[in-house]
Design a protein around this ligand. Sequence first.
Ligand SMILES: NC(=O)c1ccc[n+]([C@@H]2O[C@H](COP(=O)([O-])OP(=O)(O)OC[C@H]3O[C@@H](n4cnc5c(N)ncnc54)[C@H](OP(=O)(O)O)[C@@H]3O)[C@@H](O)[C@H]2O)c1
Length: 309
Amino acid sequence: MAKKIIAAEYGDPVNVLEVAEAKIPIPGRKQVVVQVRAAGLNPYDVKVVSGAMGTDASRLPISPGAEASGVVHLAGTDSEFVKGDEVVVYPATAAFAEYVLAEADNVHHLPRGLGFDEAASLLLAGVTAVDALATLRITGDDVVLVHGGAGAVGSIVVTEALAGGATVIATASPRNHDHLRELGAVPVAYGEGLADAVEEARAGKRITAVIDSVGTDEAIDVSLALVAPHRIVSIAAWGRADDGITIIDGSSERSRHHRREAVEPLLADAASGRIAVEIARNFGFDDAGEAFNELVGAHPRGKLVFRPQ
Ligand SMILES: NC(=O)c1ccc[n+]([C@@H]2O[C@H](COP(=O)([O-])OP(=O)(O)OC[C@H]3O[C@@H](n4cnc5c(N)ncnc54)[C@H](OP(=O)(O)O)[C@@H]3O)[C@@H](O)[C@H]2O)c1
């Protein structure tokens, strides 16, 4: 038997998350069972457990966790993997577990130089960032406003846009402004006065595109005052689809294509250090509620990671 985190009902993660015993899965054809070393926590997990993504009782109990890294424990037939391979699993299901069952297509070799924690925290945010940049076809001529530039998705958007030669203005809490400056972006504080702060930051340049990882009305309203809706991509402003902005979530064929193609380059760039994956804190399974709370509260910059042991 092995441990995994489950929620028997929807609700406040502190109240509903528990550690359960589960059988170690057996892989079928083109499947792999990975002994998890690290599993990255994402806002998506919090939304699923809290019921923000729906409260379908037939999906209970929920087994959260969308990305992990670890070591191949068992490989099914017709997979390229063998026991002992160090791998990254994305997209994953039920990854907050000692063992995760994955389709071989979603298992990627861990590149040399990339740690388990970083690998387990890279791909969900990374493919989303690349999808946003590709959807807007950001080039070196763009002046991009990034809402949430110090977040997991935002910091990869900022890094990649700057690497492509674009000028980047990014919103963040003041405590993250030095970090954004170090990346090469112009930081602005969100909240009251955002429009004026962006006006000052653009220093006469015309903003040509917006990538929003926050989804607040403030972020979208400020953006719509600067650029046409077709130059705004959001990953979180579900309530503002009627404004003509593009909202991406990996469900369209184009979005799926961008994300699939992004996986191997992201792993290589993280291994080489061109993309930095910052880890804020590790948690054991017994502290799952605390970890989920820290993510939605005033969490430090960087990813939160579960380690099964
Ligand atoms: N559609 C998709 O495909 C997709 C994929 C991945 C994620 N998402 C969603 O995208 C969002 C961001 O994900 P993430 O992993 O990047 O999260 P994250 O690492 O927790 O980052 C969240 C960011 O939001 C900023 N923020 C918080 N409150 C804000 C406010 N009121 N105004 C402006 N910025 C604010 C934070 O800035 P400071 O820390 O500087 O305060 C932080 O940079 C989440 O809602 C997630 O569910 C969607």
